[in-house]
Design a protein around this ligand. Sequence first.
Ligand SMILES: NC(=O)c1ccc[n+]([C@@H]2O[C@H](COP(=O)([O-])OP(=O)(O)OC[C@H]3O[C@@H](n4cnc5c(N)ncnc54)[C@H](O)[C@@H]3O)[C@@H](O)[C@H]2O)c1
Ligand SMILES: O=c1ccn([C@@H]2O[C@H](COP(=O)(O)OP(=O)(O)O[C@H]3O[C@H](CO)[C@@H](O)[C@H](O)[C@H]3O)[C@@H](O)[C@H]2O)c(=O)[nH]1
Length: 430
Amino acid sequence: MNILIVGMGYVGVTTGLVFAELGWNVTGLDTDTMKIQELSEGKLSFYEPGLDLLLVKHLASQQIRFTTSLATAIRDNSVIFLCVGTPSDKDGSADLQAIRGAAKSIGTYMNDYKIITVKSTVPIETNRKMVDWIKESQNHPYPFDVVSNPEFLREGSALYDSLNPDRIIIGSDNEQAANVIASLYAKLTAPIFKTTPKTAEMIKYASNAFLAAKISYVNELSRLCETLEINVSDVTTAMGMDHRIGPHFLRAGIGYGGSCFPKDSKALLFTAKEQKIELRILEKVIDINDTQSTHFLNIWEQKLGGFNHKTVAILGISFKPDTDDLREAPSISIIQQLRTKQANLRVHDPVAKLPAALLSKKVQQFDTIEMTLQQCDAIILCSEWKDYIGADWAKLRASLNDFFIFDGRNMLNGKEMKDLGYYYFGIGNR
Ligand SMILES: NC(=O)c1ccc[n+]([C@@H]2O[C@H](COP(=O)([O-])OP(=O)(O)OC[C@H]3O[C@@H](n4cnc5c(N)ncnc54)[C@H](O)[C@@H]3O)[C@@H](O)[C@H]2O)c1
Ligand SMILES: O=c1ccn([C@@H]2O[C@H](COP(=O)(O)OP(=O)(O)O[C@H]3O[C@H](CO)[C@@H](O)[C@H](O)[C@H]3O)[C@@H](O)[C@H]2O)c(=O)[nH]1
């Protein structure tokens, strides 16, 4: 079967390469000609462990190819996966411009039966609307089915997650179309859950909002633990030993970021408001996340005696380790807050680069941890890269002017850092 993937971002590239790995013929399409040119040369436009090698492997095997030629790609492929972006609009709703654009192109260029599968995260009822958008743009009423197949991969472990999913959700009103999509995943061992398109759409949002809620729950708890002088990590480690709670997504920190939790929680809230239903827990989840970094910056400011004219190292700017994605990264909000407090910032990340608009005489990025820490008064850790966990903190002390470490991810051992002579403060973690 020939598969077309529309949208060559994190999800599209990973999905395409995974289908190539499973033995299918894949074409990757994007409107961004530069991206397609680079992919055709074996280069990724983003950092994601393992994908680079797989890209080179499947370019060589000709299991995957890339194009910007919409009409030909649509005609040549019977199964089309939509992996285009669905970013937040100003009002919090999902911007469906790219999805609608792709649907119209498919309607315009299709020449026989197609299964159009939506992998992008889209609001409830979008799959139903897709049918109308495609029909409106058809010159001839070729038959087609629209299937919802939401994606659950995490950045930083996209390949592993896609090859080892906990479940595969297939939402379709047509059993035959659902079976075709299920057959594409036959070599994976994951359970397949078949349902209606709108239930599939809801499963995606409900899952992300629940994971975000777990994080905001422990983040709010971390504020109380901080004042009561209780180590929140000890509390959550023990909580996680209860199999009804589970150990995952209980790490307190400066808040969740990334291209999904912030936008998807807002989009679900928008849908609820449209239906005049209150989702009060979700409202609080978002509010706690929006205020978490400021809550702890204020505490750290007091410990340090003010950020004014202090030199502060920011270690780890990506929204989580093993990615260079800065979308909604808490580090960016922290950098902006510290700039208004007149701090001088020295920034480091193993792969992510600060956008030029954020760089200035007072905000500079360096290539090594050692260079970054020169003459710093304090360090703020924003994402838990292994480079920081495994750093030689005894040696690094020599570069510093003062020894404050504010650990926004509770990634270092507080006792060990104090033994090395640092003033260590975490998130609800003394
Ligand atoms: N990033 C993740 O970890 C992740 C995980 C699960 C689900 N999702 C969802 O998957 C979708 C894609 O996310 P992403 O992070 O891969 O997005 P992205 O922004 O990295 O990539 C989207 C790509 O689509 C392309 N595009 C836009 N309009 C197009 C069109 N009409 N035709 C062809 N290409 C077009 C863009 O040029 C871009 O390359 C979103 O709905 C997101 O919520 C993302
Ligand atoms: O205990 C935790 C776990 C995560 N985070 C933060 O939460 C954010 C999101 O992390 P993660 O979920 O690992 O990464 P994403 O790539 O954003 O993946 C989420 O969003 C994707 C897009 O929808 C979904 O496909 C995935 O299932 C879902 O985990 C990051 O800022 C993490 O630092 C915490 O603060 N504490």
